[in-house]
Design a protein around this ligand. Structure first.
Ligand code: GCO
Length: 448
């Protein structure tokens, strides 16, 4: 047993996203988003679940804030639903939408919790999708307009801003793999979407600076770690392609204003190319104040011709798995963030999501003894500590998620919360992992 202590100013938080928790999908003038369309299309989401009600946080945010306060976090990451602010994506601002987030932000500040806001966590107004969505460069302008309205409305109150959550999911998962809204399966389209989202990120950062908005701005990429199964050149290259799909493809433009050439060539061999216009790369590489990283899993890869997009086969080497069937690979977190530091320098890093899905059982007294999830957190906290000790500028950690919520294509069957949501009554019950994190925060660390 060794004691693990975190720096006094280490930021502890939890994270959620609008469509996953809010519900109230037709209330106070909210427009429809691509997730309303997708989830209402039979067969797209497990059990045909949708976010119409979700955790009803639109009406129960005070309860959520009370849970956060009791947990002891100093920050809360949530996202703003674009279609609440601009129901049609552009045009008239819906004041009632802003009003809701004012109430949330004020409640958080009152509780001594810093709001960390994501501008785009996947709920694109359907009206914009109807005109091509992120494939259409006009969506970039619409995003910057939306960002501007929100920046001005919350200037000085929100000090940490994230433009995009997981551009990989927005692009490849949603437009090539097709598992998320809008559900397309076209590689060229996915590459266009990724590029346009990154340009929109850069334009929003420029706007933030030009307006002199107080606070910090960054973006969040979901990184993972694919370790080569052997030292053979083929395995090393295959694992690298696999990693670069999540990591370099997004990190290189963000920090260096270039795309990794070996990946550009690889995509070209599949008939796809990046639609770069003059000035785009400079726009994308605007200096950011921090980088958000979402990390859940990783694994081992080896060369296998024809396996997936990258001729890379995932090798099962006996990792424990979560209920998502994702490997528990805490050391991958250490590896990937060490790599970020080495490759991209001293920009502060926040883990903006990390957490695990397990099959929870509601036990006597409305308790959930989620030992596996608590264990997952412990393992990852140990790696966070290792990172801090080794000089990686890791400044904070947001657990995914505050509460069980609408897990996208998996509907409600996959629970990631440290608080249990009873979807019949909408009551919330803290799980054992909640109390573990509460102790870690209170004591500034734990006995590992
Ligand atoms: C994500 C999303 C979350 C998910 C979580 C678990 O970042 O993928 O931000 O909304 O719920 O990752 O899959």
């Amino acid at each position: 047993m060794a004691r693990i202590d975190f720096p006094k100013d280490f930021v502890w938080g939890t994270a959620t996203a609008s469509y996953q928790i809010e519900g109230a999908y037709q209330e106070d003038g909210r427009g429809l988003s691509i997730w309303d369309t997708f989830s209402h299309t039979p067969g797209k989401v497990f059990n045909n679940d949708n976010g119409d009600i979700a955790c009803d946080s639109y009406h129960r945010y005070e309860e959520d804030v009370a849970l956060l306060k009791k947990l002891g976090v100093t920050a809360y990451r949530f996202s703003i639903a674009w279609p609440r602010i601009f129901p049609q994506g552009t045009g008239e601002v819906n004041e009632k939408g802003l009003e809701y987030y004012r109430k949330v932000v004020d409640a958080l500040l009152e509780a001594g919790i810093e709001p960390c806001v994501t501008l785009y966590h996947w709920d694109l107004p359907q009206a914009l999708q109807d005109k091509g969505g992120w494939d259409n460069r006009d969506t970039i302008d619409a995003f910057v307009k939306y960002a501007e309205v929100v920046f001005k409305a919350f200037d000085g109150k929100i000090k940490q801003w994230i433009t995009f959550n997981e551009t990989w999911c927005v692009s490849f998962l949603s437009n090539y793999i097709g598992l998320h809204a809008p559900g397309n399966t076209d590689l060229q389209l996915a590459i266009n979407v990724a590029h346009h989202c990154m340009v929109a990120h850069g334009e929003a950062v420029k706007k933030f600076r030009a307006l002199g908005i107080r606070g910090e701005i960054g973006t969040t990429h979901n990184l993972s770690w694919c370790e080569p199964y052997s030292k053979s050149a083929e395995d090393v290259a295959a694992a690298h392609r696999n990693r670069a799909f999540n990591n370099e493809w997004f990190m290189e433009p963000t920090f260096k204003g270039t795309y990794p050439q070996f990946m550009v060539d690889w995509f070209a061999s599949k008939g796809a190319k990046v639609p770069v216009l003059p000035g785009d790369m400079e726009t994308i590489a605007q200096k950011i104040d921090f980088i958000g990283v979402n990390y859940y899993s990783g694994g081992f890869g080896r060369y296998k011709k024809g396996d997936g997009l990258f001729d890379c086969e995932e090798v099962q080497i006996g990792f424990d798995k979560t209920y998502m069937d994702w490997n528990v690979y805490a050391e991958g977190l250490y590896k990937v963030l060490s790599w970020v530091h080495e490759e991209y320098g001293d920009t502060p890093i926040y883990i903006t999501e990390n957490g695990a899905c397990y099959e929870d059982v509601l036990a006597e007294g409305n308790r959930v003894h989620d030992t596996l999830r608590t264990d997952y957190y412990k393992k990852h906290f140990i790696q966070c500590h290792r990172l801090v000790e080794s000089g990686v500028p890791l400044k904070g950690y947001f657990a995914w998620s505050l509460l069980d919520n609408f897990e996208w294509a998996e509907g409600y069957r996959k629970r990631f919360g440290i608080v249990y949501t009873n979807y019949e009554t909408l009551e919330r019950y803290p799980k054992d992992s909640y109390y573990f994190i509460q102790d870690v925060i209170k004591n500034g660390g734990f006995e590992a």
